[in-house]
Design a protein around this ligand. Sequence first.
Ligand SMILES: NC(=O)c1ccc[n+]([C@@H]2O[C@H](COP(=O)([O-])OP(=O)(O)OC[C@H]3O[C@@H](n4cnc5c(N)ncnc54)[C@H](O)[C@@H]3O)[C@@H](O)[C@H]2O)c1
Length: 340
Amino acid sequence: MCKRYNVAVIGAGDMGARHVKGWIEAGHHVMILVDMDEQRLRKVAEENNVPYTATDYKEAVSRPEVDIVSICLPLAFHMPVTLYAAGQGKHIFCEKPLASSLEQAQQMEEAVHNAGVKFGLGFQRNLSPGIAVVKKWVEEDKFGRPLVISSDLLQEVRPKRVMHDKNGNQGPIVDTCCHYFLMWQTILQSKPRKVYASGGIFAKDRPEIAHFEQLAVDTAVITVEYESGDIGTMTISWALAKDTKMTNRNDRLFGPKGGVQGPFNIFTIPELELKLMEGDQSERVAIHQLNLHAEQFKLFAQALQDDSQEYISFSTGKEMMKLSYAVLESIETGKAVYVS
Ligand SMILES: NC(=O)c1ccc[n+]([C@@H]2O[C@H](COP(=O)([O-])OP(=O)(O)OC[C@H]3O[C@@H](n4cnc5c(N)ncnc54)[C@H](O)[C@@H]3O)[C@@H](O)[C@H]2O)c1
């Protein structure tokens, strides 16, 4: 049985609330919750019986009883909170994306290494049973090779405006494509070789985000070639019209012998349905979704207890950042970019 760790959750927004519930479901004790928005803080703490709250993360992190600091703040805070927590000798679980730049990621990694603590990264969507099933079908060669995997994400201008700030959350290529890139790599079991992409700032005239000094690219069509010869493609936008009726297409994977379509890694619905096609045969496969946050925290806590490798840490986080930056470089230069 795993030890019950004391956790400080930093941030009581969408992810903060999910972290609190996930840690509790994984059998650990969320002893303190932090947010500078006191109303939100009180609500999430009361709903989940969290005994202590604070508005300053340093107050929570420095408590001697805290074993793990779970960071759910906007991207710009991932580095400062990680450095502070490592300095206090705490293990750290941080939301994706890893950092605002590769230099910051390096500083975080050094601080964690020097402190001798562990660091996990929030890619819970990659634990979706949908991904595991599709990966198994690929391994069984149900579809043949090479494969094409496609994903789609179309949304309105985000209500969390900081998502559009080039100096904040850096737009969907950095903030969100990382989930899809990791999913593709996991299913294909291959590393990216080359990227080409077109895109731009389609929401540049929208008044809601006009106050930012620099806007991030919000729309792109992306193609990633893999060492295996497989191809990943994605259309992503956060620039749709308000109250748009556009809907997303399901994830799709196909090869010379067959394919599968469905939501492979959506974590907010309780049941997934995948449509498996082999030759002219097709069948619907129902998959029960898990609380993926609880699953990732169980893995992290087990790695602490066993002093084993974290499920996802710096190398994967940096790999995803490099691929996102390669996409942005391709959009800016109009050229294909090779990923080492
Ligand atoms: N893994 C996933 O599936 C997933 C999904 C969405 C977001 N995220 C990531 O989670 C992180 C947080 O995103 P979110 O959607 O929860 O954002 P959010 O805006 O809902 O919540 C962030 C919270 O942080 C608080 N905050 C900001 N600065 C603070 C500070 N200095 N001190 C104390 N509180 C502060 C805000 O008041 C807010 O309540 C981001 O890195 C985002 O990319 C991950």
